[in-house]
Design a binder for this molecule. Structure first.
Ligand code: SF4
Length: 463
């Protein structure tokens, strides 16, 4: 089968050849390179670095809310399954401790332009708790009036009242975990949410005034077939979310315990997955969605599409974003931050998180300090991920290198991608072609100094 992006054809052969196992590059280096030499003191050094230009960079905040009422078998997130809603009250108290400590190290004039509540299930929290959380965030950080406030929503946990309350708190973006509408698939992954439930959530989000609603879909789940997923797409297209993320399920039961409850014999074969992906790509494009990159689609009038057209697309831990370079403050269990030329990650163990905060310490478990070569490679890889040109002169001026000699080895490796029509290399720049937009991960990997074959088992493929 061949499918068509506007003016280009993506063939199965091309996908088979270039869809390699690899990172999704929400960071570079990737999180598996973080190490424990980076501790609380390293993090504070970056938070307090008032001399660096990063101190005037705006802030993006991610808050991890780990609790979920039930387990989805495909889950690879850091979450805590509990029916005890009392646990979130304690967690909020500790989040406030963490916020107070982080804010005490930040320059007072730094403004927040983006907030994302992820999980777990952020809407596990009660309405009163979500109010309390937003109150804390506003107490410790300065939010810009036009800040983008997003929240991940589990349709099973919300109602119209809660959604309008979220809108009144300033949230303007929601992301709904939809995955698949087929009842047999939902049963096989232990996540039952009829299409009517999701329809009610999207209708209520629109009524409440949310500017953008995203659907997360997953293909490659047990019991999925080409026909069943096509039917799911009928409903998705009818419900018309502004953005769609179409993820490939990575079955790694050795790494993610809940996945051991998935019957391997019920998973679609590699061939079926490829057909499901190509069919989905074709149907979403036919329905008018624009391909943003990797596994993301958006309506033509959505901010992401406009940013892609304006070549101002960015990428961070939440995926593609329209916001320019921000420092990212991670709050809560296992959250990741990016401040200046560093990454940091908090402990993923709840008791440890509480103990460290009780001891007056930030709960940093590991991280990474980037050298100039890392920063340079990060810029190149992120440009690829956003399908932005790599302009040699601009890179040479910023990093005081000669691109052609510095990356002579990488340029030689890129020849095969040029020959396949995925990129163009001329004397000024490397440009991703429309056909190459699906394969930016493979091109970016050429510049990844840390990538080793031995670690590829933990990465997924696009398809
Ligand atoms: S997929 Fe989401 S809702 Fe389901 S268990 Fe994982 S974090 Fe919780």
């Amino acid at each position: 089968m061949t499918t068509t992006l506007p003016n280009i054809e993506i063939s199965e052969a091309l996908i088979r050849r270039f869809d390699s196992l690899g990172p999704r590059y929400t960071s570079y280096p990737t999180a598996d390179r973080f190490d424990t030499h980076f501790d609380e003191h390293s993090y504070i050094k970056y938070l307090e670095n008032h001399e660096a230009s990063s101190t005037i960079a705006p802030l993006s905040i991610y808050v991890h809310l780990p609790f979920c009422a039930s387990i989805c078998y495909y889950c690879g997130c850091n979450k805590i399954i509990t029916k005890d809603h009392g646990r979130s009250a304690k967690y909020l108290r500790y989040l406030e401790k963490e916020m107070a400590m982080v804010a005490s190290h930040l320059h007072a004039e730094r403004n927040v332009v983006q907030l994302h509540l992820g999980g777990g299930t952020p809407t596990f929290l009660s309405e009163a708790e979500l109010h309390e959380l937003m109150g804390m965030l506003h107490k410790y950080f300065n939010f810009m009036p036009d800040a983008e406030l997003g929240i991940e929503i589990d349709p099973r946990t919300v109602n119209p009242t809660m959604l309008s309350m979220l809108a009144s708190l300033g949230f303007n973006r929601t992301s709904l975990g939809v995955q698949d509408f087929d009842p047999a698939v939902q049963k096989a992954v232990n996540r039952i949410q009829p299409v009517e439930m999701v329809e009610e959530a999207i209708d209520a989000s629109r009524t409440a005034g949310f500017l953008s609603v995203n659907f997360d879909l997953i293909y490659g789940l047990p019991k999925q077939t080409l026909q069943s997923f096509s039917k799911t797409l009928d409903d998705v297209i009818r419900l018309s979310p502004d953005r769609i993320a179409l993820y490939n399920y990575a079955h790694l039961p050795g790494r993610f315990k809940p996945q051991r409850r998935i019957e391997e014999s019920e998973l679609p074969s590699a061939e079926e997955r490829l057909q499901i992906f190509l069919m989905s790509l074709r149907r979403l494009l036919d329905a008018g969605y624009v391909y943003i990159g990797l596994d993301h689609f958006a309506k033509p009038e959505d901010d992401l599409t406009k940013a892609q057209e304006a070549k101002s697309l960015h990428r961070n831990f939440q995926g593609y974003t329209t916001r320019a370079e921000c420092d990212l403050i991670g709050l809560g269990l296992s959250s990741i931050g990016k401040v200046g030329h560093s990454y940091s990650q908090s402990t993923g163990i709840l008791d440890e998180y509480y103990e460290q905060l009780d001891a007056g310490q930030l709960p940093i478990k590991k991280g990474f300090e980037l050298n100039m070569d890392d920063v340079l490679r990060r810029r190149i890889i992120m440009n690829f991920m956003c399908s932005e040109p790599i302009n040699f002169k601009a890179i040479n001026n910023t990093y005081k290198i000669d691109f052609l000699s510095y990356f002579a080895e990488e340029l030689a490796k890129l020849q095969q991608y040029q020959e396949a029509g995925l990129i163009n290399i001329d004397s000024n720049a490397i440009t991703v072609t429309p056909k190459g937009r699906m394969f930016v991960r493979a091109v970016g990997m050429v510049f990844d100094k840390y990538l080793q074959q031995a670690t590829s088992a933990q990465y997924s493929k696009l398809i």
